[in-house]
Design a protein around this ligand. Structure first.
Ligand code: URP
Ligand code: ZN
Ligand code: ZN
Ligand code: ZN
Length: 475
């Protein structure tokens, strides 16, 4: 009997801290050895000329999430995890959204049931708490945290999700007591409503009005408010999808004062601008809605500010915020959308393009090191959300979740090469250098050169535990 089920030989192994030439031996779905030269294996993969990376972990994706009357999310668990795997990811973290008036527990269990048996790669589920009733705060949320749903998101905007300040404080308090990670969508509800009505009155109702209705001011204000609440409760939080310098400077200010505020950004804030929402050069007046997400994408100066925040260590993670809608009546062009940008479903697809864009714009263009790329795309996600040291790095004992990456391969992102359920990509025609050529999940090759090799079902739904004394890991 060979010593290993699989050996990956001759590649350059990259972790958040090291870059070494080594072979990797896999046994029973886990990494058994990382060494100069390994004994026999049942199967050998030649990785010479390639990077061997921890599989990407995308800790912020939306899959099969209820999205309002007549609107359907373009991905179910099978298609979202297929696209994620093709993009070099081996774990994604979607959200079980609690509709107001419904039990958090039933929401979480029903969502987990939807995922079971349908996934190509492992998933771990966050909650969205939209209705923190006394029963939710007192019983359901602590019970679900105890059952392995150890992270959740709260919203400071959206009619059917927004929490007021007292509710945010109460939810933070439960997270601190029970040991959970809280993600905050920081945009101010009332300010957005005021600006939306103002834009509509002035006739700015097209997709670009979305950007005007949510300027950086509303994000900066909410970020500061969330930070202040976190300070009162003494809870480390993650401010997600930070779009520009204004909110980022609030976070940097808090970090400089020694507060445990973590931050996430996304490829859209590094590559797209509000101009894209104008749909210039297209006959279709709604074309700009393909770029509508919240917070909105900003401008090139904001992109540079976010890069500098990535370089300075303000940001811990880059996620996709994949939130896929089709460009038809089930999604972006839902009939109500013809009257005002306020009805355009918010969100863009990006689960499959996150790693190539971050690698190309970051590593290939010399802005970040390979090790920082691994930290931002995998390791820090695992550490923040209770998946470490099972996932997020390469070493004995870690799940054999690996991506073989060709750092020199040039590709042009096009809808026709992608595997998601959306019918467009915001990055159509975007050229990248660096591309995933093989995805290995639990020791099995599941994607090779864009070809999906398995039916869905391998991926598990992972329970997690966050040690409450380690709510702030060293990243
Ligand atoms: O526009 C976005 N980002 N939609 C997804 C939901 C969220 O707020 O992350
Ligand atoms: Zn959000
Ligand atoms: Zn941090
Ligand atoms: Zn999101």
């Amino acid at each position: 009997m060979p010593e290993y089920d699989l050996a990956i030989r001759g590649g350059t192994v990259v972790t958040a801290t090291d870059t070494i030439r080594a072979d990797i031996g896999v046994r029973d779905g886990r990494i058994a050895a990382v060494a100069d030269r390994l004994a026999d294996a049942a199967r050998t993969i030649d990785a010479s000329g390639l990077l061997v990376l921890p599989g990407g972990i995308d800790s912020h994706v939306h899959i099969a999430q209820p999205s309002g009357p007549g609107i359907v999310m373009a991905d179910d668990f099978a298609s979202a995890t297929r696209a994620a795997a093709a993009g070099g990811n081996t774990c994604v973290m979607p959200f079980a959204l609690q509709p107001r008036g419904q039990s958090l527990r039933e929401t979480a269990l029903a969502y987990r049931a939807l995922a079971e048996g349908q996934c190509h790669i492992d998933v771990a589920i966050h909650l969205i708490v939209s209705d923190p009733t006394p029963a939710v705060l007192g019983q359901e949320l602590p019970a679900m945290i105890g059952a392995g749903f150890t992270s959740f998101k709260v919203f400071m905007t959206y009619d059917d999700l927004v929490l007021n300040d007292r509710q945010i404080l109460d939810v933070f308090d439960v997270a601190r007591r029970e040991g959970a990670r809280v993600m905050v969508h920081a945009e101010g509800y009332d300010a957005i409503r005021y600006m939306t009505e103002r834009m509509e009155r002035s006739g700015q109702t097209g997709p670009y009005g979305h950007a005007l209705s949510r300027p950086q001011t509303v994000e900066r204000e909410a970020a500061h408010r969330a930070i202040s609440h976190a300070e009162l409760v003494d809870l480390p939080i993650v401010i997600v999808h930070v779009s520009g310098g204004e909110a980022m400077e609030q976070i940097a200010w808090a970090q400089e004062r020694g507060m445990k505020i973590h931050a996430e950004t996304c490829p859209q804030y590094l590559t797209l601008t509000a101009e894209d929402m104008k749909g210039l050069g297209q006959d279709d007046p709604l074309a700009g809605s393909k770029y509508v997400c919240s917070p909105p994408v900003r401008d090139t100066a904001s992109q540079e500010q976010i890069w500098s925040g990535i370089q300075r260590g303000v940001f811990d993670v880059v996620s996709s915020d994949h939130c896929p809608f089709r460009y038809d009546e089930t999604g972006k062009r839902n009939p109500k959308g013809r009257t005002s940008f306020r009805w355009i479903p918010n969100g863009i697809p990006g689960i499959e393009t996150r790693l190539p864009i971050l690698f190309s714009e970051g590593v290939s263009k010399g802005r970040i090191s390979l090790n920082r790329f691994v930290a931002l795309s995998a390791t820090n996600h695992a550490k923040l959300y209770g998946l470490y040291p099972r996932k997020g790095s390469i070493g004995p004992g870690f799940d054999a979740d690996l991506t073989l990456w060709d750092p020199n391969r040039r590709e042009v992102i096009r809808q026709e090469i992608l595997h998601h359920g959306a019918d467009y990509t915001p990055w159509e025609g975007f050229a990248v250098t660096g591309w995933p050529v093989m995805t290995i999940a639990g020791g099995s090759v599941i994607v090779e050169d864009g070809r999906i090799l398995e039916e869905p079902g391998r991926g598990r739904v992972l329970d997690r535990e966050i040690d409450r004394t380690k709510l702030s890991p060293r990243l």
